[in-house]
Design a protein around this ligand. Structure first.
Ligand code: GLA
Length: 392
């Protein structure tokens, strides 16, 4: 049973009637373009086959009543809250994610009614694969759907507007200063494609990415690590980038051209130079990978993925031992390229692997983790899958 079917079934069991509809949204991996989104830069994510689904109906009393159902079918019910009363700080823990979306949609004046939501999904939580954004995007589509609103690129609200509301929920209600990568990926990705997004202009291109057809696969290594630095370091890096842009007199690091990098670095204090070097070279690597994908040369993307990891490890300093072990073991056993994906300090790495090397790479990664005394990682391959939609 897929998450949409589970959410539907659990809704009927818990509420005793069918939901008005079921909506779902995927987790993501970012193929390349890391820590570039909040610098107005370029990203290239694709959607995972793993999704979070929300079965939903309107409530006439204005309350938001949310229940999540785990894989063990245990239901966890958040205390119902009046949508009209939602303010940042009122709801904490996991329930802040759906509540934040209801708050963002209410304050945007697009959807204000109460709702019963039953949530189920299979995006690994805490793995840096954007399970929280999958949840928020599915809730956004569900609440909009209940208000009679279906996203449509020719009229408001567009997927890009919905992504910004979800970002507002995350930034101002949940309290995480993240960029636009994850929401846009969850909402806009398409099957067999990576999404090339220019965060500043909002321009999107679906770039064909079908590794399987080329005898390759993307192996995801969930390291099962999350270091306590993750949240504070994210904000620090972000502030460092903003400070560097200010000193360089540009709106964002996106505006530092690759040809002007040496000059820009010379004008900055030593602690900011590696941050700027990462962001500028990472944007260039995104362009290089998009170029190779358009040319159908997937093999040549590998070196850029690895260069991205080195830059995140040495310049941006957001890697950790688990991610480095995963990347080195994959590269040492036949991967064409490998890198951490997402914010860093734990979470997941990806490796581009020839299918006939898949078993050897998995074995090498497991052995390397055991040898380093680390918790066994979770490994799976991921084909680019569909973005958020209504299931029924
Ligand atoms: C997290 C954030 C994104 C992005 C990445 C790093 O996933 O949610 O906005 O900044 O880290 O690329």
């Amino acid at each position: 049973m897929n998450p949409a079917q589970t959410a539907d079934k659990q809704y009927r069991r818990l509420l005793g009637h069918p939901p008005t509809g079921v909506w779902s949204a995927p987790g993501r991996v970012n193929l390349i373009g890391e820590h570039t989104d909040y610098n107005d830069g370029l990203v290239l994510p694709f959607a995972l086959p793993h999704r979070i689904a929300v079965a939903a109906s309107r409530r006439e009393d204005g309350l938001l009543a949310v229940t999540t159902v785990g894989s063990d079918h245990n239901a966890q019910r958040a205390a119902p809250v009046a949508v009209a009363d939602l303010e940042p700080g009122l709801v904490t823990g996991w329930a802040a994610f759906p509540a934040g979306v209801a708050w963002a949609l209410r304050t945007a004046g697009v959807a204000e009614g109460g709702a019963d939501l039953v949530i189920s999904g299979d995006v690994p939580a805490g793995a840096g694969l954007s399970s929280s954004h999958a949840l928020q995007c599915a809730v956004a589509l569900a609440l909009l759907g209940l208000a009679g609103i279906t996203p449509d690129e020719s009229a408001s609200p567009t997927l890009a507007e919905i992504a910004r509301w979800v970002q507002r929920s995350e930034n101002d209600f949940v309290g995480a200063p993240t960029g636009l990568l994850d929401q846009t990926a969850s909402l806009c990705c398409e099957r067999s494609h990576a999404l090339f997004l220019d965060v500043r202009s909002g321009e999107r291109e679906q770039v064909p990415f079908d590794a399987g057809a080329d005898g390759l696969e993307v192996l995801v290594v969930d390291t099962r690590a999350k270091h306590s630095l993750a949240d504070s370091a994210y904000g620090e890096r972000r502030r460092g980038c903003e400070r560097a842009a200010g000193l360089l007199g540009v709106p964002a690091l996106r505006d530092v051209p690759a040809e002007g990098l040496a000059e820009a670095l010379a004008a900055l204090p030593g602690d900011l130079r590696p941050l700027v070097r990462h962001v500028v070279t990472e944007n260039a690597r995104v362009l290089a990978v998009v170029d190779r994908l358009r040319a159908g040369d997937l093999v040549a993307t590998g070196e850029h993925l690895t260069a991205s990891h080195v830059s995140l490890r040495d310049d941006y300093r957001v890697s950790c031992v688990e991610l480095d072990v995963a990347v080195e073991a994959a590269l040492g056993s036949g991967a064409l390229g490998a890198r951490m994906t997402g914010g860093g300090f734990g979470g997941s790495a990806i490796a581009l692997v020839p299918t006939d090397r898949s078993a050897a790479v998995r074995e090498a990664v497991r052995t390397a983790f055991a040898g380093a005394g680390l918790t066994a990682p979770r490994l799976f391959t991921a084909a680019p899958s569909a973005g958020a939609h209504r299931d029924r």
